[in-house]
Write a protein that binds this ligand. Structure first.
Ligand SMILES: C[S@@+](CC[C@H](N)C(=O)[O-])C[C@H]1O[C@@H](n2cnc3c(N)ncnc32)[C@H](O)[C@@H]1O
Ligand code: SF4
Length: 388
């Protein structure tokens, strides 16, 4: 039986930014025309209505406003979307509501308003505490702006997290250690540390191809990853996902739910969802183009670009892929309940599983399958070889 949980996670995508960062391949754009916020409000509401018709009554465990830069949305628009979701489904005092924010002065002014209207978690895109690195990353802000943003965020939100990017050209272990020490002195209960990834189609991709950007060597990157783990662990920020660290019980509920394989609904341009209906899983994908998405919703139409049934084996593999990112790993019973799969060997290469177990890269018992500390730096390779 598929898991018939009444709970759902809701992702809301805002596709605009003040400036496009040269490393970023998210569905984020600098709008060429003035944004008509009333139209966007009507469009989001239409999409929530359509999803509610499809899914029926649900308890919303989390809402995550991601982007793009959702902190650039007028706070009234954020309120209105939260309220509408609350009207159509049920928001409780346990619902985690996160907004991603950039540390610019315009957005800081909105923090209080957002907090008063139900946002209880802020995720700040600090990226670096070093002005030269911020310049290299093409960011609009300076380190001092982040300090100000953090100070105000901590006063307003129950929970505050921030993102850092490491593995920049010429970044030494000593420089990263210093940055992490500064970060810890500022941190709340959650931090994300992402290794810079060169994404196809971005300006960094061509610069990297043309050797204008040279990344640190594999061994340096591995060392930076290990340093991150150990310095943050000493500060009680335990790794709970490959790039995410938190004090006990302060993990991002929204992201953990999605990585564990629970049902989530994607609202907004390009948003993905995994929806259960009639004992089947569906992969949903909304039109990515902000203009097409807006046009369809303003007409009262569905903005679904794809709505594909996912075979139980394929869903099980997706859950393997995301839940192995978590240090607690994949709960075998939950996966079986969630997918109608009853045996691991229907979607996992059991020979490779035994091999990885023998050399200490993974740990498995009757409850869970998880990556060991030794295995984490090789996560992608391990997952690739586990998938049948
Ligand atoms: C969707 S972005 C949104 C946050 C916000 N717009 C910002 O940039 O501050 C989420 C996070 O992904 C990370 N990120 C985006 N592109 C990346 C890349 N190519 N390599 C590593 N991290 C990346 C950044 O740390 C960023 O904060
Ligand atoms: S990293 Fe954030 S601010 Fe930069 S383009 Fe991507 S979504 Fe926008």
């Amino acid at each position: 039986m598929l898991n018939k949980s009444k709970e759902i996670a809701v992702y809301v995508h805002w596709p605009f930014c003040a400036k496009k960062c040269p490393y970023c391949d998210f569905n984020s754009h600098v709008s060429k025309q003035e944004i008509n916020y009333k139209d966007w409000e009507a469009a989001y509401k239409n999409e929530v209505n359509i999803e509610q018709d499809k899914l029926g009554g649900k308890i919303v465990r989390s809402i995550f406003f991601g982007g793009g830069t959702p902190s650039l949305m007028p706070p009234n628009l954020v309120d209105s979307i939260i309220q509408h979701i609350g009207k159509k489904w049920a928001i409780t005092n346990k619902t985690e509501i996160t907004v991603e924010a950039n540390p610019s002065s315009v957005e800081i002014q909105n923090f209080k308003h957002l907090a008063v209207n139900g946002v209880n978690r802020l995720s700040l895109g600090i990226q670096s505490l070093n002005d030269n690195s911020l310049k290299f990353l093409g960011r609009n802000h300076k380190a001092k702006d982040s300090l100000k943003a953090l100070e105000i965020a901590k006063k307003n939100f129950d929970r505050v997290s921030f993102d850092l990017i490491y593995g920049l050209p010429l970044q030494t272990a000593a420089a990263w250690e210093k940055e992490l020490a500064d970060a810890i002195s500022l941190s709340g209960e959650h931090m994300s540390a992402y290794q810079l990834t060169i994404e196809k189609g971005t300006p960094f991709y061509s610069m990297h191809r043309d050797k204008k950007i040279v990344l640190p060597s594999e061994s340096t990157l591995l060392n930076l990853y290990k340093i991150t783990d150990s310095i943050l662990k000493n500060a009680k920020l335990e790794k709970y996902e490959v790039s995410n660290y938190a004090l006990k019980d302060a993990e991002s509920i929204h992201n953990v739910k999605i990585w564990e394989g629970f049902e989530y609904c994607g609202i907004g341009p390009g948003a993905h969802g995994r929806i259960q209906k009639n004992n089947k899983w569906f992969a949903t994908h909304k039109y990515s183009s902000p203009n097409i998405w807006l046009y369809k919703n303003l007409k009262g139409d569905s903005s679904l670009y794809k709505n594909d049934v996912i075979h139980p084996r394929e869903r099980a593999q997706e859950i393997l892929l995301t839940s192995l990112r978590l240090t607690k790993g994949m709960k075998i019973k939950t996966l079986f309940e969630n997918t109608n799969i009853t045996k691991l060997d229907t979607f996992i290469n059991i020979d490779n599983l035994s091999r990885f177990k023998k050399i200490g890269l993974i740990h498995i018992n009757h409850e869970s399958l998880k990556i060991t500390n030794k295995g984490f730096p090789l996560l992608d390779t391990i997952i690739n070889k586990l998938l049948l």
